[in-house]
Design a protein around this ligand. Structure first.
Ligand SMILES: [Zn+2]
Ligand SMILES: [Zn+2]
Length: 323
């Protein structure tokens, strides 16, 4: 089974995105790139260089539903005469634009994000919508953990690896333990466990960091020889990367706990202290990362939390309390 990486330009800060062509029947692409002319032109060129056209695609499989990965899914599907689109059910929220939901707004309020910032984030994410067409749930096939995607000469096993988003999936080719991991594993940067409502109970926050750590360990248990990420080069030494990620998480966890002062702090305060001067999308990613670490520290009993109105205020753990 030939897995062919194709790098596509994006207008986003992260730079080019990798999509993967599985060049045997049924012809499949994993991720699509965002909906821009430059991206679709590059994708056509990449397919042509390997002897294929968009009309040859039978399956479009999405690692997750961020715009840089899923934006072209609908238009490619239509051009390829109704190729099937596969995505995990828990990506529903993302497919409909992230800040549309009141639940998401409630999470930002809980994190102490000021109202004018929430409005700014809403406008930013509404601007992102032009980079992806919405795909109704009933037009997608849901990816199931441990299911096998069959090809002429082998299979790819679906691994549900939540964390970066609730429905992120990776794909394992067992024959040589190659994994296509989307944004779960990136060579140069530690992926952000993005703030999302829990798909099973949208009034709660998805425990993205705790889930992410489990997903990284699950990939490690596969002993991968090669991991293809959503951006940047493929990873040949996952074990080294795994330890690097864990060290980075531990350092960040101690930094966040150190920022929790007696008078109480919100996730927004912690995000601003960790990333002073963060601008643009980074303001959202900063608060996202702060929430992820604060809630993990709280769930492990390392800090306390109280509600002030709708906002969570974190405090050092009361040494007299018994948990
Ligand atoms: Zn992503
Ligand atoms: Zn990405």
């Amino acid at each position: 089974m030939r897995v062919i990486p194709i790098s596509l330009p994006t207008p986003f800060y992260i730079g080019p995105v990798n999509v993967y062509l599985i060049a045997e029947d049924p012809i499949t692409i994993i991720d699509t790139g965002p909906k821009t002319k430059a991206t679709v032109d590059a994708l056509r060129a990449g397919l042509r260089a390997n002897g294929f056209l968009v009309s040859d695609i039978r399956r479009i499989v999405l690692t997750h539903a961020h715009e840089d990965h899923c934006g072209l899914a609908k238009s490619l599907r239509d051009e390829a005469n109704n190729a099937e689109v596969f995505v995990h059910d828990w990506e529903t929220g993302h497919r409909h634009s992230r800040l549309q939901y009141e639940e998401h707004r409630a999470l930002l309020e809980r994190a102490g994000v000021p109202e004018k910032e929430i409005q700014w984030m809403r406008r930013m994410y509404e601007g992102m919508r032009e980079y992806a067409d919405t795909l109704p749930d009933n037009e997608c096939v849901s990816l199931q953990d441990e299911a096998e995607l069959e090809f002429e000469s082998g299979t790819l096993r679906v691994l549900h690896t939540p964390g970066h988003t609730p429905g992120s999936c990776s794909f394992l080719r067992e024959a040589d333990r190659t994994i296509i991991a989307g944004d779960c594993v990136l060579k140069r940067i530690t992926p952000n466990p993005v703030l999302s409502p829990d798909p099973l109970d949208p009034s709660r926050r998805f425990p993205s960091l705790a889930e992410y750590l489990v997903s990284l360990a699950r990939l490690r248990a596969c002993s991968p020889t090669l991991v293809y990420g959503g951006h940047g080069d493929a990873i040949r030494d996952y074990e080294e990367l795994f330890h690097r990620y864990f060290r980075a998480f531990q350092e960040r966890q101690s930094q966040v706990i150190g920022l929790v002062k007696k008078n109480g702090v919100t996730a927004w305060d912690v995000g601003q202290a960790m990333f002073p001067g963060a601008d643009d999308v980074h303001r959202f990613l900063a608060v996202s990362e702060a929430v992820a670490h604060l809630d993990l520290a709280h769930s492990e009993g390392k800090i306390g939390v109280e509600l002030a109105g709708h906002t969570a205020v974190y405090k050092p753990r009361d040494p007299t309390s018994r948990i």
